[in-house]
Design a protein around this ligand. Sequence first.
Ligand code: FVH
Length: 272
Amino acid sequence: MTNMATAQQVSLIGLGAMGTALAKALLAGGHEVTVWNRTPARADALVADGAKVAASSAEAMAAADLVILCVLDDAAVREHVEPAATGLRGSTVVNLTTTTPEQARALGTWAAARGIDVLDGGIMAVPEMVGGPDAFVLYSGAAAAFERYRSVLELFGRAEYVGEDLGAAAMYDVSILGGMYAMFAAFEQGGAMVRSTGGSAARLAELMTPFLHAMATLLATQAPGIDTPADFVQVQSDEFTAAAIDLIDRAATESGTSTELYGVLRRTLTGL
Ligand code: FVH
């Protein structure tokens, strides 16, 4: 991955599990990396890999034109970015901290008034995956800023640009996570149901995993029903879907487990 020809100065604020993984990817990519973390000891291991350690977050942010933040939350971002505004003027801030779309837009509004470019990012990976083939990061904000730093950002994983609206990356991020949680909830509920007939969640996982892989490929065929509903010809009627969910609901009742999830699914998918 080393590309010394395009080595850039990059500052990274936040060396938690994810920030440390990002710093390692930047260093492995041959960039000059300045780091800062609230608890200084977390930077020690990175010094051996070539990172410079700044004495304060403001010093780190003034040290490079590309400043990446990966801290706990939006409050922590604002706590450090706001006092550093003067040093950040003319720089691009890439915020990889998980925030809401409105928080991302508010940071952008604040930054634009001070001559600072902002890209918002949503990391779709755990730290161990950073820089690997399955990691990807969603970005939104000014396309020019994204293109300027694309080669650096690609060190973290596939860089997926999702739009100019600074809230877009966060909205895709939480929507994807919503899909993940819905899947886990259905598995938890299904595990309880199959156990009532002597089965196990382990066996259910074996059987459910390939089926859900196949079903996931159908998401794209459902998209026009949401994007352009007027033109969409639904293959399965709402009545059919509602009846199928009612049957699952009834089996849940027979198993003595909760039916709460299926009411939500029925209303969401059919409106009935
Ligand atoms: N870890 C993951 O799998 C997920 C993947 C998806 C994206 N998230 C988001 O990334 C942000 C950071 O997550 P993290 O995993 O690095 O989190 P921690 O290991 O808990 O480290 C938190 C860092 O934030 C620093 N911090 C907290 N509060 C402040 C503050 N007020 N001022 C400055 N820094 C602060 C903390 O510093 P310290 O405790 O070491 O002093 C850590 O560096 C997060 O938004 C995830 O949602 C990760």
